[in-house]
Write a protein that binds this ligand. Sequence first.
Ligand code: FAD
Length: 472
Amino acid sequence: MKTQLVVLGGGPGGYAAAFLAADLGMEVTLVDREPRLGGVCLLRGCIPSKALLHVAKGIAEAEHMADWGVEFKKPKIDVDRVRKQKEKVVATLAGGLGQLAKKRKVKVVRARATFADSNTLKLEAADDEPLDDDRIEFDHCILATGSRPAAVPGLDVDDDRVMNSSDALELPDVPGRLLVVGGGYIGLEMGTVYAALGSKVTVVEMTDGLLPGADRDLVRPLAKRLEKQFEGIYLDTRVTSLEAGGDAVRVTLDGEVDEKEQRFDRVLVSVGRRPNSDNLGLENTQVELDDRGFALADEKQRTADPAVLAIGDVAGEPMLAHKAAHQGKVAVEALAGEPAAFAPRAVPAVVFTDPEIAWAGVTETVAEREGREIKTAVFPWAASGRAQAVGRTEGLTKWVIDSATERVIGCGLVGYGAGDLIGEAVLAVEMGCAVRDVAETIHPHPTLSETLGTAAEVHLGTATDLYRPKRK
Ligand code: FAD
């Protein structure tokens, strides 16, 4: 088989690239070993996790209503129906992607592929169906093979009760006690789901705080709430051994924990992800990898091999679906000869816990580490009418401002629905807005989006919702 463009990987990076390329008139073949398009994001990542978090949110909101004098009975959870509903969401979206591919005449090939050389993929059947062809020759390939959960030596126990994020999203049952190894966003999101469904959740994190890398003032309100939702959060602690016995998984912890030996019904190991760049035959091409295995690509997503571009998780951090899709479009536009480049000022990140945390652009932590001259402007949600009206005042909105130019270069949010608020901040940072532009933009009242405007006013000293005594 011969094709102009082959896209290897049908995740949010790969399918976005394939669809845009077809729209621009290229002849496209999309190869994935999975029976459905969507990649990790749709099949075992963003979407199923958010569907389950939707259930967790419903349960938490019903409980929260007790503060307002409205009491619901304890929820009765039918795990099979929760699982079915989540699968329905995934199936609907995957079906939609299949249709979109068909309408665009993108040829979808289900196979496991490896590079024979810079212009040839070798195909191997991913199921019992024989393949029409066992090779594809191409002019260009967009490598979009994504990533997979990182395994930790010693913790990769071959037992159903020791799960990675894909297993946990299958929702095999609601364990009595669940240990989450890793306090990153995937561990905390899945911990939130299982805690809402009734598990006693313990999180172990080897660094001294949850969500390493995120600004501490954003993490604090979340950590405080999780301390109530979870049975335990152990920081500066490592799991040194996991042993799956008859009735429990026995875990040994090393850190400031009273009980070093504990038993859990299930364990979720979520300690990061690694790029799918091995076992791909990349050594038969000129593609270069960095020391973590990420494919090296320039701002047009071109690798060192003139025939191969790389996008998404396999092409480096941040490993997020919207970054993958954006890079996919840049790669295709670059192939089409357009002046495209992946050079964002802000890639948003959202942690869909309760409260949510979101940030974009330069964070305070990074600015401090890099010695950048910045100022921050913070608006506490306790002064927001909307936050008071929904009883969620623990949030805060923070702009990171370049001291010399007075432009907003980053934003951090924590609070109810923070993930939906960060979009405006991304636009402001991307457009190079001055902090005054944001302050002078009229935000609707009473909304949480107002806090973006009032935080900017805090910087200018014009915020009337807060009282700051004037310095003499
Ligand atoms: P992937 O989605 O990983 O897709 C790669 C595809 O390549 C796969 O379908 C795979 O089958 C295929 N493939 C790989 N090797 C081969 C081969 N040799 N032959 C054939 N096919 C191959 N991101 C967000 O932005 N927001 C979120 O809320 C979010 N939540 C997440 C929750 C979880 C639990 C997880 C695990 C991830 C989450 N992510 C989230 C991250 C997001 O899923 C990834 O960033 C995104 O899927 C990366 O897209 P991609 O196109 O690079 O690759």
